[in-house]
Structure formats: C-alpha cells, structure tokens
Design a protein around this ligand. Structure first.
Ligand SMILES: Nc1ncnc2c1ncn2[C@@H]1O[C@H](COP(=O)(O)OP(=O)(O)OP(=O)(O)O)[C@@H](O)[C@H]1O
Ligand SMILES: [Mg+2]
Length: 256
C-alpha cells in the first residue's frame, strides 16, 4: 500500500467524563517498528483500542490500511482484526488449551480446517518465535514467562497479519529475557516484513528496536521522532522521562 498503515489524527477520547486522549496524532509507515512509550496510565493501551476498533474516538480520526475504523461495519471490522495481530498486555493465553490450540485458535474457531493442518500451521509459527515442536502439547501453565510471551506472539502472527501490535511485550520479564524478546521482534520484522506497533514503558526496548516512537504523557503526545531525535530533544518532559538513562540510550540508539 502507498499510504501509512496507521494514521491517527487529533484523536480525543472522553470516558466517564474524563479526557484520557487529548488530541494525539501520528502515523505508522509500512514495515516500520513504531513504539508508543509513556508512564502507567498515560493512554498507550487506549490508543491501540482505537486502532483495533474496540473503542470509537470521541473526535478525530483513526485510519488503518486507509480505512476509517469507526465507520467499518461488523464484517469489515472482523476482517480488519484478522489483519492485525495483537499481543495482549497480560499474555492472555487460554489456560485450558494446549499451546498449539492457542496458536491455532483463530482457525479452530473460524474455519473448518482439519485439526492436523492447524497443528502444522501452529508448528510453523512456533518455530518463527524460536520455540521447538516439543512445546506444542504443553499447557500454558507449564511454560516460563518468556515462553508464554513467545506463544502469545506466535498466536498473534498465526493469521499472517499485516500489522502486529505488541502491548508491553517485555513486562514481567527479567532483563535478559526482555532483550531476547526485543531481538525476536526485530527478527520477525526481518523475516515477515510486518509493520509493528510496540507499546512499552521499557525504555531500553523502545530506544533500541524502534524506527520511530512517540512519547505520551497524560493523553498528550509530548515528543515524536527517531530514537535519537527524541533523546536529543530539548523537551523537559523527555528529560524527566528518560532521566539518567539518556546518555546510555543515546549510545545504544546510535550504535546500530
Ligand atoms: N475502560 C476504562 N474505563 C475508564 N477509564 C479507563 C478505561 N481504560 C483506561 N482508562 C483510563 O485511561 C487512562 C489511560 O489508560 P491506559 O490503559 O491507556 O494506560 P497505559 O498507558 O496503557 O498504562 P499502563 O502502562 O499501566 O498499561 C488511565 O487513566 C485509565 O484509568
Ligand atoms: Mg497499557
């Protein structure tokens, strides 16, 4: 496609009388890794809820693949969601289903594809996230935190989406596993070319894997640009947010 994959213009959202998004604008280009960063409660997840059509803007525009999301019919919305892989903040695997059934969930629910074929497809996706065949029949409770994230990612890419949204992919993981997940997000972009939005408050992650990012505070977009543009900005809120990590992050973001 020619235009941006996601185009958000002056997005405002009022919920229970409170304005939680106060005129957010950005666009995500094809093939890009774009991060949304900011403290807890700043509105990061809320932005993504508009992108997948779970919430309608109070005002402003959210276009995905060129279509105004709030104007889609239910059928069109279902088809849009098939094109978007969403890695939930909490992981959200079904505890009573095996790993392969989690990964193949869309096909088990929405198609008449034979179970054997779905299992094969799940295996292909499991390998893309660097797990092996032996996890297919495990239950989510038998996995480590890092493995659960990988399985969530495998499920999100099962339908070959054109856009993947990762909501806090490294939250709850130790620093080493967090960097492994970062690497995986980069590898997947390399292998599949899929556009990605990463919602995170992990600054190392945001400033090392993103092509561009936006910093949100209390529903306002404070700064946007490449990692080094944002880090080099004079904006005091950026300085407050990155704090003592600024020099380190600059060296990381400019070393690649
Ligand atoms: N369903 C809801 N009803 C009312 N208020 C909500 C709802 N969901 C979110 N909010 C409010 O909107 C604001 C932004 O929430 P959001 O979940 O987008 O934050 P976030 O940046 O993703 O935070 P975190 O890093 O903790 O996940 C918060 O003040 C939150 O209380
Ligand atoms: Mg959130």
């Amino acid at each position: 496609m020619n235009g941006p994959v996601v185009e958000v213009r002056d997005l405002r959202k009022v919920i229970e009388g409170r304005e939680i998004l106060k005129g957010i604008s950005f666009e995500v280009r094809e093939g890009e890794i774009f991060s949304i960063i900011g403290g807890s409660g700043s509105g990061k997840t809320s932005i993504t809820k508009h992108i997948v059509g779970l919430w309608k803007p109070t005002s402003g525009s959210v276009k995905v693949f060129g279509e105004e999301v709030s104007l889609l019919t239910q059928d069109e919305l279902d088809s849009l969601r098939k094109d978007i892989g969403y890695v939930f903040q909490e992981g959200a695997l079904f505890d009573s289903l095996k790993v392969w059934e989690n990964v193949g969930f869309y096909f088990l629910e929405h198609t008449s594809m034979p179970r054997e074929e779905i299992r094969e497809l799940a295996l292909e996706k499991i390998r893309l996230v660097d797990l092996e065949e032996d996890v297919l029949d495990l239950m989510p409770s038998e996995l480590s935190g890092g493995m659960r994230k990988r399985v969530s990612i495998a499920r999100a890419i099962a339908t070959d989406p054109r856009l993947i949204i990762y909501d806090e992919p490294t939250s709850g993981l130790d620093p080493i596993t967090s960097r492994v997940i970062d690497r995986l997000i980069l590898d997947l972009r390399e292998k599949t070319g899929t556009t990605a939005i990463v919602v995170t408050h992990d600054m190392i992650s945001a400033f090392t894997i993103s092509d561009r990012l936006i910093l949100v505070k209390k529903g306002v977009a404070v700064s946007m640009g490449t990692p080094s543009e944002v880090l080099r900005s004079e904006n005091p809120i950026v300085h407050e947010f990155v704090g003592e990590m600024r020099e380190f992050l600059l060296s990381q973001s400019e070393s690649v």
